[in-house]
Design a protein around this ligand. Structure first.
Ligand SMILES: [Zn+2]
Length: 205
């Protein structure tokens, strides 16, 4: 699978309106989890975050919020942030402007947030310009690749340790594909944050 862990600087400069990193403080990061909430893994992530007293932002799929409202409510209750990740996890490149925009609005009914992250990071320009009028588009500093079957946990942890500063936004997933990988790396990352006094905060815009 082809994807880039890091976004090139030139690409960030083309889209200055998009958020690539958060609070520029030495020991602050922003953990984010996409695609949930689902019972198989989201409660586990919430338990871990609670144990280490860290906050994250969950970019939720509307249909999962509809199916699992209690897990969604728990995310909010425990002080985490939420963002819109469309209702059906649509790929912007494979859907018309109208289909895509409707799906975003359908998710908005359930997800109370001004944050939006496009599934697969893919949107047409028309979709991009429309959605950025209403939402703050959140991309990332570091994409963990936890969805990749050839995910290398040790390499991921090493990279996470290197980039966890200056408001870096890290992407993990609370979906089935990523579950085993997230269970492997999250406790170690949270241990590292504790020992280095690194704080993960919700994204505030
Ligand atoms: Zn996604």
């Amino acid at each position: 699978m082809l994807y880039s862990h890091h976004v090139p600087v030139w690409f960030r400069k083309i889209f200055p309106e998009v958020i690539w990193s958060g609070e520029k403080t030495d020991n602050v990061v922003h953990l984010t989890f996409d695609d949930g909430p689902i019972p198989e893994v989201t409660p586990y992530i919430l338990d871990e975050l609670k144990k280490y007293n860290q906050k994250a932002t969950f970019f939720c799929v509307g249909d999962n919020v509809r199916k699992y409202p209690k897990i969604y409510a728990r995310i909010i209750q425990e002080g985490h942030g939420v963002g819109n990740h469309t209702f059906h996890h649509l790929n912007g490149w494979e859907n018309s402007f109208d289909q895509y925009y409707e799906d975003v609005l359908k998710a908005e009914v359930l997800i109370d947030s001004t944050l939006f992250r496009p599934p697969y990071g893919k949107m047409s320009l028309q979709q991009f310009f429309k959605i950025k009028q209403q939402f703050c588009l959140v991309f990332w500093t570091y994409l963990s690749g936890d969805f990749d079957p050839s995910f290398d946990a040790e390499k991921c942890i090493k990279q996470v340790k290197k980039i966890s500063k200056n408001g870096a936004i890290l992407v993990f997933h609370d979906n089935i594909k990523s579950e085993a990988h997230v269970r492997k790396v999250l406790p170690e990352i949270l241990e590292f944050y504790r020992s280095e006094h690194i704080v993960s905060k919700t994204l505030s815009v």
